[in-house]
Write a protein that binds this ligand. Sequence first.
Ligand SMILES: O=C[C@H](O)[C@H](O)COP(=O)(O)O
Ligand SMILES: C=C(OP(=O)(O)O)C(=O)O
Length: 351
Amino acid sequence: MSRQNATVRNLDLESAPAATPTLVATPAELAEQLPVEPMLAARIAHQRELIREILAGRDDRLLIVAGPCSLHDRASALDYGARLAELAEECADDAVLVMRAYVEKPRTTVGWKGLLHDPHLDGRNDIGAGLATARGLLIELAELGLPIATELLTPLAADYLSDVLSWAAIGARTTESQTHRERASALDLPVGFKNGTDGSIGTAIDAISAASHPQHYLGTDRHGRPAAIATPGNPDAHLILRGGRSGANHDVESVARASQALAAVGCPERLIVDCSHANSGKVAARQAEVMTELGARRRAGETAIAGLMLESHIAHGKQSLGGELAYGVSVTDECLGWDATAEAIRAACRR
Ligand SMILES: O=C[C@H](O)[C@H](O)COP(=O)(O)O
Ligand SMILES: C=C(OP(=O)(O)O)C(=O)O
């Protein structure tokens, strides 16, 4: 029997398992249960504006996006937020600190996909509960006074979360996706696109161009109904350098090359450098060295660097899900502990 016939014979469509939908709240329903009150909404609008001013170079402070690789419990997230809010006040003349509050994780293959997908951390993937847990926690963090950042991994998740955010990232694994570019083009907040996992910046620059244009796409409205969405285009899409398979890209030449490539196609030439991921070889302590070096280079006049990102938690390191969890330790990538984080942030934003 030929290989093709064997494959056809094994395709028993009648008994193929079907995907099972479980209905969840619509974005409008969840926003009614967990509203962003008008005073908080006004502060978020102001924080978005501050970030835009930094990206455009009209505010010379350093943008710093710092926080856990992923949020996995309320107590340690709020503890981290309180510490970051205090540091933000201390550094306010030199930097705007934004909390990295990631509730969705892209995976290279499989793994825990974040609080929004699996809020009980037990593989049940109770997404209905996860949406409320994630939105509720982001609101609590925003109420501490911090601008909030997250990765928008599932385009639909943006409908549940975007009103709480001051900044969002599209990750290295999804920057090339048309769907993510379209979703970013609809958002009224600055969105950073990471370079690809292979290190290429071309896909991210294409993404920035696409997101800055008006788009039309098939989506859903606030009530979950299928809708044709027309977007205005996002003028605040920008680049995040995160290194790649061939190594880091935070060195002087890579930053200058990226900035020139952006300028050549009319995209914002100031960018953010992620001190983590392939820019630190995923070694948390190395992030502090990268951040301190980039702070010094900014002081020396490297104007392309608008912001820095750090993966940091209460305690240094990482742990696996499954057993009893240590407090404040990342359950995804290794993070820098709090004391080293505060020291690195102070060193980077010093004038
Ligand atoms: O930032 C986190 C990870 O690098 C990213 O989610 C990929 O993780 P994985 O390669 O462990 O799946
Ligand atoms: C997954 C992340 O980054 P990247 O897309 O650069 O791998 C992240 O910042 O959590």
